[in-house]
Structures are given as C-alpha cells and as structure tokens.
Design a protein around this ligand. Sequence first.
Ligand code: SIN
Length: 285
Amino acid sequence: MSAAQEQTKPSHTHIGVKPLQPHIGAEISGVDLRQPISDAVRDEIKKAILQYKVVFFRDQDLSPEQHAAFAERFGPLYTHPNTTRDPKIASIHKISAVDFSKYEKLGDPTAINAGFHTDTSWRLVPTWGAVLRAVNLPEVGGDTVWVDGAAAYNHLSDDFKKRLEGLHVTHDFRDALNRQGLDYPIVAHPIVKTHRETSEKILWVNFTQKPHIIGLDIAESKAILSQILDEYRRPEIQVRFSWRPGSIAFWDNRAAVHYAVRNYGDFPRVLDRILIQDERQYADI
Ligand code: SIN
C-alpha cells in the first residue's frame, strides 16, 4: 500500500463511527454488544473512545451479564464501595435518582458545588472508563452531558494556563465513604492532568467533591475554580445525550467530565454503570 493510500485508509474497518460534535462524542454502529467482540472490534472501540472521549451505542438490549462481559474486554472491573450494587453482579452500580435525592442537599458552603464530575476521582488511581446502560428512563429529560477536558484546557488563556501550573485540587468523598464506615483520605490531583495514553492536557476538576486548591485561600481557590466551571459550561465543547431504551454510553473518565441533567421530577430513573480500573501509576511507599 502506498503512503497516499495508507493516509486515506478509513481508521475503522470493523465498526461505524459517526462524530456527533466537533470536539467530543461519536455514535458507534455495526456491532452487536450481546455477542463477544473480537480483539479487532475491541481495539477500534478503544481507539474511538480515545479520540472522541465518549461513544454511544443505540438499540443494544443487553442483560446485566452481557453488559459486564462487554466492559470486561477493556480491563478489570471495579466494585464501587458505596453505590447500590446489582444483587448478582457487584461491579454493576445502580445510578439511581432516588439515591441521589437522599444526599444532594449535603454540601460544603466553602466549596463550589456543581454537577460536573468524574467518577472515582477521590481515589489515588481513578477508574479509567465507564460503561453506562439505560435501565429505567423518564418519558423525557434525564440527559447526560459530557465535556471535553482537553478542549476546555486548550481554550484557556496562556496566562491562566501558567497560573494553573503545579496546582493540585482536592477530591473529597469522605462524607459518602464515612457513611459506609470507610476511612479514606482526601486525595488531591493536579488540576491539569496529562493523559497517560493520548498525552493530552486535561482540565480535571470534580465539582461534586468539595474542590479546593491546595495552598490557596478559599476566595482565591474559588475564583480559579469558577473560571474552570465557566469552561465546562461552554456548549461548544460538550455533547448532550438523550437516553432511549437500549442506549449505552462508554467514556474515558480521564479525558471527559460529565453532568447528569436532573430535570425529571421524582421519576425513579436508573442507569447501570460499570467502572473499569486503570493501570496502577503509583505504589504505596
Ligand atoms: C454518572 O454520573 O456516572 C451517571 C450519569 C447519569 O446519571 O446521567
């Protein structure tokens, strides 16, 4: 194959990949996730996730077992210590509106509370991926929004990028963990993380876990975090997904932050989420 042919070769040959927005989000077709997937299909899905940060599948009528078997092709599954679990498969976490409504009033008045977050960022090595499956959906509403953390970073002014250099932000999940009788420290991650696989710089703050920038006073920390929140809120770097029965979303938790739109009253919306562990990057020393 000539160099020119190599360049024009479609990057996916086993699946269809249709971008939904210029920065983030693509819909994948041509694969039946009820069946075991080949290594070639798995590699193309992973490539699409790295490129688009979140990918969506429609009309996949998966059982919990098929959901777990698919997710496991991308790494070992993680069992979350405090979400409600599927009675048969512990790695399936019930993301339930009823559970959220119990705790959403809890917050720290000194921190910025907003819905944009990443999953398990309170861990030293957060989970890398999440596969979310529609289970019980309201007639309308209950969309999920994902934000491209690299596009958010790239849009910052050079001065602001410089200001963020070396800063670490806290991810404090202790209230929820304490309710489970677990004692885990407050972890801080760099505000700008370098993605292990793509080398992109990612603006990575969890606004549901009392973020505070280490070493700054509350006012200065809040001022910087507000600017970051403004970035996340820009529709230009978001994709918004309307769930339907059979929908699946699969995202790179290291590259995107997400926001669950809770605009469906007291409807008991449920999605099943499976988290995939990342490679260990630190050892306890
Ligand atoms: C999540 O935050 O992991 C789930 C998103 C949603 O409920 O829409």
